[in-house]
Design a protein around this ligand. Structure first.
Ligand code: FAD
Ligand code: NAG
Ligand code: NAG
Ligand code: NAG
Ligand code: NAG
Length: 542
């Protein structure tokens, strides 16, 4: 195979040198002015779609390949599951409603932030830090662990309680991350088949077993797994270790250098699309893809509030979960992705002058104050086996104190705290009252059935509720959806059952861009070398 490729390169070189009066520069010049631009449609302006556009523009620019990128997004904003809302509707107080952090080894996001000139800040910089205990793990009855610092590897206290488990976990995490990062580089990158690539770097052991089994096999103690690692899988994915696979469990422990973009992570994706010089069509829902005789693709889109439109493209990228896209294909795609169950997550953001109630968390003593971030886990005995998907007695996944804000209408000025709660069900008013330590007597209303919006303004000064389908249930598996569903129809969503993050979606966007670009080069070489027997698969595996 390598021989065929070398042979082709050799032919190509000869062709370049031997065409009279046409140097390489001139050739690429003629290419860019004469060749019809490649028309690429990207469906979805989230991490994956934006990254696909960003990379494609880079590949095209370095080789002077003319391309036209059009991005269709059904929502009225760029960012997808990465988006902010403003506390008090004040643009001075944006908070993340979806994806909130990324980490230092997330090279696609880190590099793009730098290239786009965005301000990266420590994920916890805005926390009020009024308590010493900044992170606690609540099992529904008591705090099983409290940490002065949100970095897991603040080792002293962990070692004291859990022996060698933290060290073993850290080295297992590093080993696993090391394997994953091989996907970023040649010869693994770009990968047509994520399944084959994951096998080649040795990650299928981790994806094929539940976290609980993976950790036991690697001699990590059950207490550390349940109290620390499971608290992390719950806040990040709303799943316990009996369900979520080993690889994603390890991703949850890779928290070094957690950061966010000041003002909102969506700015990375906005910047990527601008830099890609993409034609961005917001409020446009793509509804169908039809293959034409000449292999071009007709995309039908529906702008909100007006009639359907049709446009012809050479390539279409589906950059989001296909099952949720409402797309029809004529003819149907050759590699139809499986439907994947997604988690339902309720995110409740709210502001209040009240602190988190010590009473709610059974804390006694005059100065007792709960940690600013509270993660939850299952109590001992109610372990992963018996309650795989359940939230357990805690009733919620996490609550965090994001920042303080000045209430706009209070005089004298009043400081309010902004909280974020993740839960599997909508919060009721009783829960919110409990968390804020409000007395139950005043309210005649049935507060089991009432919600946060029914509480008085002086207690809850602002709130925003959102139901997301944020990530799949990460059941153990050994195969992942293909990135090429049919010729010229590309898909990024397969990576979500492997690792579901902004970074991995961005990686898949770049991967699809690289594969697409390679396929153009192959076509070009086929025509120039006049050798129709080139097997594009052979080039893909390069
Ligand atoms: C509450 C929450 C917390 C999270 N926390 C983190 C975190 O801290 N760190 C992290 O890295 N990740 C986190 N995630 C996960 C992360 O948000 C996602 O993995 C990532 O943003 C997915 O990007 P994507 O581009 O693949 O998909 P999406 O962001 O979903 O983008 C797909 C886009 O396609 C659009 N679309 C779909 N169908 C059509 C159609 N037919 N026509 C036009 N447009 C269409 C959608 O509107 C959407 O904008 C979190 C997610 C949520 C919801
Ligand atoms: C999209 O729709 C929203 C709500 O209807 C509207 O406010 C916004 O201006 C639209 N955006 C674009 C770019 O058309
Ligand atoms: C446009 O329509 C889509 C699909 O019907 C919907 O998801 C989206 O929220 C709408 N956008 C606006 C701005 O109304
Ligand atoms: C990020 O940037 C560094 C330094 O320029 C580079 O070596 C690395 O390959 C880049 N990685 C990605 C994924 O862009
Ligand atoms: C809450 O509403 C449900 C039905 O809407 C009702 O059956 C239930 O009795 C209500 N709960 C209380 C405490 O009133």
């Amino acid at each position: 195979m390598a021989f065929i490729v070398n042979f082709l390169l050799w032919i190509w070189t000869i062709a370049l040198c031997c065409i009279p009066h046409t140097g390489a520069d001139e050739l690429s010049h003629t290419q860019s002015s004469d060749v019809v631009p490649k028309r690429v449609a990207i469906i979805g302006a989230g991490a994956a779609g934006s990254s696909a556009a960003y990379s494609l523009r880079k590949y095209a620019d370095t080789s002077s390949t003319p391309i036209e990128i059009t991005v269709f997004e059904r929502a009225p904003y760029i960012g997808g599951r990465s988006t902010t809302v403003n506390v008090f509707d004040d643009a001075a107080y944006p908070v993340e409603l979806g994806a909130s952090i990324f980490v230092e080894i997330n090279y696609n996001l880190m590099n793009a932030s730098r290239e786009l000139g965005l301000l990266v800040s420590s994920a916890s910089h805005a926390r009020p830090k009024e308590t010493d205990d900044s992170l606690g793990i609540w099992d529904g009855n008591e705090f099983v662990f409290v940490l002065q610092n949100t970095n897991w590897w603040n080792l002293g206290k962990l070692l004291w309680r859990y022996g060698w488990a933290p060290i073993r976990t850290q080295s297992l995490m590093k080993k696993t991350v090391g394997k994953f990062l091989r996907l970023y580089e040649e010869p693994m990158f770009p990968f047509r088949s994520l399944t084959a690539a994951a096998a080649a770097v040795g990650l299928l052991d981790a994806t094929s077993t539940p976290g609980s089994v993976f950790l036991t096999e690697n001699n990590i103690s059950p207490d550390f797994s349940r109290e620390i690692i499971q608290a992390s899988t719950r806040v990040n994915y709303g799943q316990n270790l009996g369900l979520i696979h080993g690889l994603e469990s390890m991703v949850c422990m890779a928290t070094d250098g957690a950061v966010a973009i000041k003002g909102g992570n969506w700015q990375i994706f906005h910047g990527m699309l601008k830099s890609a010089r993409a034609d961005i069509r917001l409020n446009h829902t793509a509804t169908s893809v039809q293959r034409n005789r000449d292999n071009t693709l007709t995309l039908t889109t529906k702008p909100n509030g007006s009639k359907k439109e049709k446009q012809v493209f050479d390539e279409v990228v589906i950059a989001g979960p296909l099952q949720d896209a409402g797309l029809t294909f004529t003819p149907s795609v050759e590699k139809q992705p499986d439907e994947i169950p997604y988690v339902t997550l309720h995110v409740t953001l709210f502001s209040s002058p009240h602190k988190i109630s010590p009473r709610f968390f059974n804390l006694k003593g005059a100065n007792a104050q709960p940690p600013e971030t509270i993660l939850t886990s299952l109590p001992k005995g109610l372990d992963t086996g018996s309650d795989k998907a359940g939230v357990g007695p805690a009733g919620f996944w996490s609550i965090s104190t994001l920042r303080t804000v000045d209430h706009p209408h209070a005089s004298p000025a009043e400081k309010h705290y902004v909280y974020k709660v993740f839960s599997p069900e909508r919060l009721n008013a009783d829960f919110v009252k409990g968390i804020l330590g409000l007395d139950d007597t005043s309210d005649a209303k049935d507060s089991v059935n009432s919600t946060i919006g029914d509480l008085p303004k002086q207690d809850v000064s602002w709130y925003h509720e959102k139901i997301w389908q944020p990530y799949p249930f990460l059941y153990p598996r050994v195969t992942f959806e293909e990135s090429l569903l049919s010729p010229n129809i590309w898909y990024t969503g397969g990576i979500e059952s492997f690792i579901s993050t902004m970074e991995t979606s961005a990686l898949m966007g770049k991967n699809v861009a690289a594969l697409m670009f390679q396929s153009w080069q192959n076509q070009h070489e086929t025509t120039v070398g006049d050798d129709p027997v080139v097997d594009p698969e052979a080039r893909m595996e390069l």
